[in-house]
Design a protein around this ligand. Structure first.
Ligand code: PEP
Ligand code: MN
Length: 342
C-alpha cells in the first residue's frame, strides 16, 4: 500500500501517518518524492485489513490518496501512478506520442568526429546527441574516453547544432560535472546495480536514462529505477539494450523485445531501445530498431559514426550517416503504422 500525501501536507501530518502505520505493527517507508511525500507500507497487509486500513489512512489529515501496490517496486509501478510519465528534456517530450531518437558516436573522440556525427543526426531528424566521455570498457587497455574534455566537446557541439545531449556517468563523484555538460545522465548496463550511483543521480532532478543490466530481470531493473525515484527524481527513462545472448557467435546481446510491452504494462516510465548494443552489428540494427518501435518503444538510442572502421569504440555496430538517414525514413513509416510520429 502507498499513501500519497497532499503537496501542502505538514510535517506533523506525515509523522501522524508514519506513527499510525507503526502502531498497526507494520513497517512504514518515508519516501520524500519530487513535489510531495509518499509513504509506503513495506509489510504485507492481510486481505481483511486492507479496506479498514485504507479508510483509516484516508481519514488522516494531509492524505491525498491511497493506492494498492502489489509489486516490490512502488513508485515505478503503474498501480501507483496510472498515467504515462513524460520526461521533458529541453521541451523534447520522452514518453509522449512522438518517438524520440537519440543518436551519435559510442565515444566522443574529437571535435571534428562529434560534429560530423551530430550534423548527420540532426539532418536525419534525430533529437538528442549521444556521446560517451567516460567509457566503461571491458578491458582496461581499451580507449576509456576523453573524460572532462569529452564532456566539454559534447556540450559545445550540442549548443552549436541545437541538439539536446546524453552521456554516461560511471562514478557518483562525476554526477555534478556531467549534469553541467549534458541534458540526460545515462546509467550504463554495467552500473544498473551501482546503488551509490543511483542514489546520487536520484538526488538531482536531471533526466536519467537507466539501461537494463545484461543479466537483470525486469523486477531488478525496475527496483533500480525505484532507487532513483525514491530519492525524489521523477525523471527516469528506461532503456532495454539486450540481455546476455545464448549465441554470441552472431549477436553481442539478445534484445528482450517482450520487455517493452511488459514494462509498458507494469510501469508508467518511458521505455526506449538501444538496437546497437543489442545486436553489436550494424547490419542488424535497422531490423531491431523497427521491431522496437512496432512493439511500442518510446524512442531509440543508436550509435552513428562517420568512419566506423576507425572508431575508437563500437565501430562494428555503428551506422554510417547514410544508413542512419535511411533508417530514420523507415522508422517514420513504422511509427505511422502504430499511430506515433517521429
Ligand atoms: C554505451 O551506450 O555506449 C554503452 C556502454 O552501453 P551499455 O551500457 O548498454 O553497454
Ligand atoms: Mn557503445
Amino acid at each position: 500500500m502507498i499513501i500519497a500525501m497532499k503537496a501542502d501536507a505538514r510535517p506533523e501530518d506525515i509523522q501522524g501517518v508514519l506513527d499510525k502505520i507503526t502502531e498497526q505493527g507494520m513497517q512504514a517507508l518515508n519516501l520524500p518524492g519530487g513535489d510531495r511525500t509518499v509513504i509506503g507500507v513495506a509489510s504485507s497487509i492481510p486481505p481483511d485489513l486492507r479496506e479498514p486500513l485504507t479508510e483509516l489512512m484516508l481519514s488522516m489529515p494531509g492524505v491525498d490518496h491511497v493506492a494498492q501496490v502489489s509489486r516490490t517496486y512502488k513508485l515505478a509501478s503503474r498501480e501507483f501512478h496510472a498515467a504515462d510519465t513524460i520526461v521533458d528534456v529541453k521541451g523534447i517530450r520522452i514518453g509522449g506520442s512522438e518517438i524520440i531518437v537519440m543518436a551519435g558516436p559510442c565515444a566522443v573522440e574529437s571535435r571534428e568526429q562529434l560534429l560530423l556525427a551530430a550534423e548527420a543526426v540532426k539532418q536525419a531528424g534525430g533529437r538528442i546527441l549521444r556521446g560517451g566521455a567516460f567509457k566503461p570498457r571491458t578491458s582496461p587497455y581499451s580507449f576509456q574516453g576523453l573524460g572532462p574534455e569529452g564532456l566539454q566537446l559534447l556540450k559545445e557541439v550540442g549548443l552549436e547544432t541545437g541538439l539536446a545531449t546524453i552521456t554516461e556517468v560511471i562514478d557518483q563523484h562525476d554526477v555534478e560535472l556531467t549534469m553541467e555538460h549534458a541534458d540526460i545522465l545515462q546509467i550504463g548496463a554495467r552500473n544498473m546495480q551501482n546503488y551509490p550511483l543511483l542514489v546520487a543521480v536520484g538526488k538531482t532532478r536531471h533526466p536519467v536514462l537507466l539501461k537494463r543490466g545484461p543479466s537483470a530481470t525486469i523486477d531488478e531493473w525496475l527496483l533500480s529505477a525505484e532507487y532513483i525515484l525514491s530519492q525524489g527524481n521523477p525523471n527516469v527513462i528506461l532503456c532495454e539494450r539486450g540481455v546476455h545472448p545464448l549465441d554470441r557467435a552472431y549477436t553481442r546481446n539478445t534484445l528482450d523485445l517482450s520487455a517493452i510491452p511488459v514494462v509498458e504494462e507494469v510501469s508508467h516510465l518511458p521505455v526506449i531501445v538501444d538496437p546497437s548494443h543489442a545486436t553489436g552489428d550494424w547490419r542488424y540494427v535497422g531490423a531491431i530498431a523497427k521491431a522496437a518501435i512496432a512493439a511500442g518503444a518510446d524512442g531509440l538510442l543508436v550509435e552513428v559514426h562517420n568512419d566506423p572502421q576507425h572508431a575508437l569504440s563500437d565501430g562494428p555496430q555503428s551506422l554510417r550517416p547514410d544508413s542512419f538517414h535511411e533508417l530514420m525514413q523507415q522508422i517514420r513509416r513504422v511509427a505511422g503504422a502504430v499511430d506515433r510520429t517521429v
